[in-house]
Write a protein that binds this ligand. Sequence first.
Ligand SMILES: C[S@@+](CC[C@H](N)C(=O)[O-])C[C@H]1O[C@@H](n2cnc3c(N)ncnc32)[C@H](O)[C@@H]1O
Length: 216
Amino acid sequence: MAVIRNSAEHQQKVYERWAPVYDRVYRGLLRDGHRTVAKLAAEAGRDILEVGVGTGLVLPYYEKHCRVTGIDLSEHMIAKAREKVARHRLGHVESLHVMDAHNLDFAGHSFDAVCLPFVITLIPDPERALDECARVLRPGGEIIVASKLGDGRGLQGAIEEAVAPLVHRVGWSSSFRISRIVEWAERRGDFEVAGIRRVFPNGFFKVMRLKHRLSA
Ligand SMILES: C[S@@+](CC[C@H](N)C(=O)[O-])C[C@H]1O[C@@H](n2cnc3c(N)ncnc32)[C@H](O)[C@@H]1O
């Protein structure tokens, strides 16, 4: 198995280069996933944290009664998100911060939903980031993850593994396993997988809902 080392420095360098062209390349490809994340988050409640907000492509899709906070490691990506908020007058976006998903600078129980669109696979310690998401989530809230989440089986699993070093260079990941998130939830015991949706293109990306169990 290829050993891929994500690091904050690598991500910052790669996304500084992506920031000017990201929307042109990814807007259409990720639109279905983005819309699905925003819809599910609004169903979970009004106060929403988006981790890895990037250039803010998801922000216009949140319902206007929501209060959205976004964080991202890359100041260059966040700058694009700020431009978008101003240009489209996205009044439901409360604030955007440069912040690392491993250390969320928010009080516990601050949000009804925490979304991670197309970022979990890039985070060096995803379990620690998920623990942080769980900490800032209100009891009964939801963590919503969208990404290329493979099961590692068959020819597709072998291809994903083989191209992992290549896609890592451009700031993506192909070899992240959905089982890693399921095992995190099982270990903690206070989250259940409430649903997995396959989205465009043809189920290639998945959106996963992790619901906090009130009775745990
Ligand atoms: C593929 S982009 C996704 C952006 C946006 N969520 C979207 O779906 O269009 C990944 C984003 O995650 C950010 N990121 C990577 N590692 C991070 C970390 N540890 N904490 C916060 N953001 C991170 C990158 O800077 C980049 O903006």
